[in-house]
Design a binder for this molecule. Structure first.
Ligand SMILES: [Zn+2]
Ligand SMILES: [Zn+2]
Length: 286
């Protein structure tokens, strides 16, 4: 909630092709972009988990700066109910030159965005105020097995395109079904879970993900405090990763009481091995 000398408030940036998805926007996020060497204009979507300040205080500054760049997208902002009104209030509170276009959408539950490459899902968490956890699901892709294609003597061109679409082709008077020469590459999945008690929807969001980004506000020594404020301990996040069959766990959103995150990482590692505590500017490739 309170930034420290070493750690900024919460914001996670997912870069995927031409999409730049920002999960939450804590105070100072735009400066973190500068330091990380990522242009703000890469942001195409902002997904807000909830309206506690530590997740949104960076929005006015970031929007103001975007307005002064040659930002050419329509900035999509998604969040829980009340998001539209709250964004409008930001424009009321500050004197801005509003030069960028927005799409503001209040998200219910389930899939709220889908294109040919990926979908975004949201589910309600338990944090006292309306809070959403998010799930990014890349679609499976059918890939050509070059070795097999050569074996059948299929020339490069439209026939391969048809196979990639999952259609049976005819070549040299022989029918070749797509499964003979193509294979399915599973899409990557990512979950963003912060500010919640452990609940059923946590498991729905984290199910089988390649990367679970999850809060660890306290260690399990402070489980009572954690429950009182509607947060997860590092150990509970590890339990979530474990039971959901997540491949990798990255912990975020630490209480300012922890000068370093060793205690939190150890608390989680007792349950789930492939875990690290995020550091500001950490990058992970999936
Ligand atoms: Zn919160
Ligand atoms: Zn928070």
């Amino acid at each position: 909630m309170i930034p420290t000398k070493e750690r900024n408030q919460t914001a996670v940036f997912l870069s995927y092709g031409s999409e730049g998805i920002l999960f939450d926007c804590g105070e100072g996020t735009q400066r973190q972009f500068k330091i990380a060497g990522i242009s703000l204009t890469k942001i195409t979507k902002i997904l807000i988990s909830h309206w506690h300040g530590d997740h949104v205080l960076g929005l006015p500054g970031l929007i103001q700066s975007l307005s002064s760049t040659g930002y050419s997208h329509k900035l999509e902002i998604y969040g829980p109910s009340g998001t539209k009104k709250r964004i409008e209030k930001i424009f009321e509170a500050f004197v801005f030159d509003r030069r960028i276009d927005f799409v503001l959408r209040e998200v219910k539950t389930g899939i709220f965005f889908e294109n040919n490459e990926f979908q975004l899902e949201a589910y309600l968490l338990e944090h006292g105020i309306e809070t959403l956890g998010y799930r990014f699901v890349e679609k499976d892709k059918r890939k050509i097995d070059i070795r097999k294609v050569k074996k059948f003597g299929i020339p490069f061109g439209p026939l391969l395109g048809k196979l990639q679409e999952g259609k049976t082709i005819e070549h040299n008077h022989k029918k070749i079904p797509p499964d003979e020469v193509t294979f399915i590459e599973a899409g990557k999945k990512l979950a963003y879970v912060t500010d919640t008690l452990l609940c059923d929807n946590c498991y729905k969001i984290a199910d089988n993900v390649d990367l679970l980004i999850c809060e660890a506000t306290y260690s399990s020594k402070l489980v009572d405090k954690s429950e009182e404020y509607g947060h997860l301990t590092a150990k509970q996040s590890a339990q979530l990763a474990n039971k959901s069959n997540a491949r990798q766990l990255v912990l975020i959103h630490f209480s300012a009481r922890y000068k370093n995150t060793q205690e939190l990482e150890e608390d989680a590692r007792a349950i789930f091995d492939n875990v690290i505590c995020a550091k500001d500017f950490m990058k992970i490739s999936l």
